[in-house]
Design a protein around this ligand. Structure first.
Ligand code: 4FL
Length: 223
């Protein structure tokens, strides 16, 4: 799949997109992510991309023109699903990530915290939030969205990982995990995990997951 990211700060993305699983997905051509500087599309002689809000108020609002022209350059070769990262969007969850992972071409627009000219909404298909807090811009949310949906792109996760067993997908937090040694400075691994009894281990993990969820996120149990 192809993801184009429209931003005023493309340099924020470099490390995140080339490291770890996202870097491997890019190298394997499973996921092609490109950043585009909205400022490059400004027709203003000073490359201006934001301006004072009509009606007054603090901060600058991202202008419609550079965003419209940048978006047109992205969608010129065919249709794309266009997403704005904004605190007023729908909260990101596994269902949204899965649905977006099935798009052929995504365009993500990162807004300023001060906002984007409302007329940009005429070229946006969907608004997504990563939580009820305001950041300095939509760049970190775009990275979170790419990371989250990449795990649902076929082939991105190796066989060593699963998106089906983990936290939130089945509305439970994860069960505790251990690796060698069985005795670390006197701290023991639960006996049952060393037993080799698969059914008992599954039952224990399930009850641990339920217990953790009840203690830490009881809201998940009553969803
Ligand atoms: C976007 C916050 C998505 C949370 C500032 C500009 C934001 C955000 N989710 N804060 N965009």
């Amino acid at each position: 799949m192809k993801i184009d990211i429209l931003t005023l700060f493309p340099e924020m993305f470099t490390g995140v997109l080339s490291a770890s699983i996202l870097g491997r997905a890019a190298a394997a051509d499973l996921l092609t992510v490109e950043t585009h500087n909205i400022r490059d599309y400004s027709t203003d002689k000073h490359r201006k991309a934001d301006d004072y809000p009509f009606g007054g108020g603090a901060g600058l609002v991202m202008m419609a023109q550079p965003i419209f022209d940048c978006m047109a350059a992205m969608t010129g070769e065919g249709p794309a699903h266009r997403v704005l990262l904004t605190p007023r969007g729908a909260p990101l969850c596994p269902d949204i990530a899965k649905r977006l992972a099935n798009e052929e071409h995504l365009v993500l627009l990162c807004g300023h915290y001060e906002g984007v000219d409302e007329r940009v909404m005429t070229i946006i298909d969907e608004e997504v939030s990563i939580g009820d807090y305001v950041l300095t811009g939509g760049e970190l949310p775009a990275m979170v969205l790419v990371d989250c949906l990449a795990r649902f792109v076929p082939g991105v996760l190796g066989g060593e990982m699963s998106t089906e067993e983990e936290s939130f997908v089945n509305d439970l937090l994860e069960y505790p995990q251990y690796t060698r040694p069985a005795d670390f400075r006197g701290l023991q691994v639960p006996e049952i995990l060393l037993s080799g009894h698969h059914a008992n281990i599954q039952a224990w993990r399930r009850s641990q997951a339920e217990e953790k969820t009840r203690q830490i996120r009881p809201d998940l149990l009553y969803k």
